[in-house]
Design a protein around this ligand. Structure first.
Ligand code: ADP
Ligand code: MG
Length: 481
């Protein structure tokens, strides 16, 4: 049987506010355990939550970024469950009236094509604390620093069809929220975590199969592996005539497998009810329009602009518009050198290549955009070849100076002055009288081949700095063959 994979993702995004969603505690990552937990976060009796206004702004920015309906009146609810790192015994979340309603989201696939993915909703909630098992033998430590960190939970429609699309969706989402500046998107620190809902159905079928939900996957690579693995597991069950059980599973990256955490056949056991300690959030048109007016250019818009304004292909535009810093860098290079295609190529191949190798973010590139632009300008005005430029770039990376300084110091300027070249060609011819005899004696069709020897000699002589097509012309003229 041919199976179609159906995937819907729930992404938990930590919002980049300085303080928590309902208390004044700091949200800095990596602080000493329980140093950023106030009486509110500890759920002391009588403590009342106060909503952080910045959280609402960020949620609205996201909603506008995906063209979604913004909830004019959204309501916080209590989601009741017991867990040691949730001292209140409930999580404050939003259930029936989320702040962001339906929207769509364009993702870009490897082959350059795009697809629209539906967003069902995005709602605000608080993060839980952390249970620490490693440091306490036979016991569990509780760190409540994370408790109350603002989260935006973004729920997609079951529109994704394979691991590559799921990863493309997450990358596009990552790009959007970092453009908006509403999250640092740091997956390794848990700022963006993802639950994967996945089911299979016979190819061509329109009804949804029973899903399993894989919890808390926190890297693009693990998302891909978890989906591949879960596809195999479910296909195996279905092909042997079995039934997939609706359950929550955990992806174990070390073993590369998913295993059952709890069965979830009854979906709604949280006894949601409206949070009595918080008023509904009511926002008006003016508030929304003020936020809209301040939105930056978003990744999709930038990508389209790169295609129309600079004539880039979809793939290149997508890579370069992926982060705001990279896009700004690229545009600064173009401004300096004036050629978007060569700039795109240099940024993607040479710059990103060296950044990856040195594991540096674009913000710490040792070569500035203006400096790279100045180097490319030297290729464009024929001072150096593309090949020599790579050497110069490496030297710039090592801090040896600007492109012009390095070209001068190393004497790399390309020789295209024909007088100078002619003199060299003459020298080569005089020094290789034997080879000249051969050329003169050779058949017409062998000659070009033999002349290659002289071109090579001249290139050696000038350490590759001569312009090849000029050199090729000279021996022919000079020896009147
Ligand atoms: P819950 O809150 O219990 O996880 P939801 O109905 O909110 O359930 O769905 C959560 C996610 O699961 C959504 O992203 C949705 O697209 C996805 N989903 C729902 N049904 C299926 C299915 N049969 N196969 C794959 N994904 C699904
Ligand atoms: Mg879920």
């Amino acid at each position: 049987m041919q199976w179609e994979t159906v995937i819907g993702l729930e992404v938990h995004l930590q919002l980049a506010t300085r303080s928590k969603i309902f208390s004044g505690s700091a949200t800095t990552f990596g602080a000493e355990p329980n140093t950023q937990a106030s009486a509110v976060d500890l759920a002391m009796p009588g403590m009342l939550p106060v909503l952080n206004a910045q959280v609402v702004r960020y949620a609205v920015m996201f909603g506008l970024g995906i063209g979604a309906d913004i909830g004019r009146r959204s309501v916080f609810d209590r989601k009741n469950y017991f867990y040691p790192d949730l001292p209140k015994g409930y999580q404050i979340s939003q259930f029936e009236a989320p702040i962001v309603g339906k929207g769509t989201f364009e993702i870009q696939l490897e082959d350059g094509s795009t697809r629209d993915i539906g967003i069902t909703r995005a709602h605000l909630e608080e993060d839980a604390g952390k249970s620490l098992h490693e440091d306490f033998h036979g016991q569990t430590g509780i760190d409540l620093n994370r408790a109350g960190t603002p989260l935006l939970e973004i729920v997609s429609e079951p529109d994704l069809r394979n691991a590559a699309e799921a990863v493309a969706y997450l990358k596009a989402l990552h790009s959007l929220v970092t453009y908006l500046g509403i999250s640092d998107g740091n997956m390794a620190e848990g700022s963006m975590r993802c639950d994967i809902n996945i089911s299979l159905r016979p190819m061509g079928s329109q009804t949804l199969g029973t899903r399993a939900e894989i919890k808390n996957v926190n890297s693009f690579r693990f998302v891909e592996k978890a989906i591949r693995h879960e596809f195999e597991r479910q296909a195996d069950i279905l092909e042997n005539g079995g039934k997939v059980v609706q359950e929550t599973r955990l992806y174990d990256a070390d073993l590369d497998e998913t295993r059952s955490m709890r069965s979830k056949e009854v979906a709604n056991d949280y006894r949601y009810f409206p949070e009595p300690d918080l008023l509904p959030v009511v926002i008006d048109e003016q508030y929304i329009e003020a936020i809209r007016a301040e939105l930056p250019e978003l990744p999709t818009q930038k990508r389209h602009r790169f295609v129309t304004q600079y004539g880039l292909g979809n793939y290149d535009a997508n890579v370069l518009a992926d982060s705001r810093e990279l896009a700004d860098y690229f545009e600064a290079v173009v401004e300096r050198c004036g050629d978007p295609k060569i700039a795109a190529n240099w940024v993607q191949v040479e710059l990103l290549g060296l950044l990856n190798r040195s594991e540096l973010p674009i913000g710490e590139s040792p070569v500035s955009a203006a400096a790279l632009g100045a180097l490319i300008a030297r290729i464009l005005d024929n001072s150096i070849s593309g090949k020599i430029a790579k050497q110069v770039f490496e030297a710039m990376w090592q801090g040896e100076g600007s492109a012009d300084e390095i070209i001068d110091a190393r004497g790399l300027k390309q020789v295209s002055d024909s007088g100078e070249l002619e003199a060299m060609v003459d020298q080569v011819i005089t020094a290789n009288a034997g080879q000249v005899e051969q050329v003169l004696a050779a058949e017409e069709d062998r000659r070009t081949q033999l002349i290659g020897f002289f071109v090579w000699q001249v290139m050696q002589y000038t350490k590759g700095q001569a312009k090849q097509h000029i050199v090729k012309k000279k021996p022919v003229n000079n020896t009147k063959m």
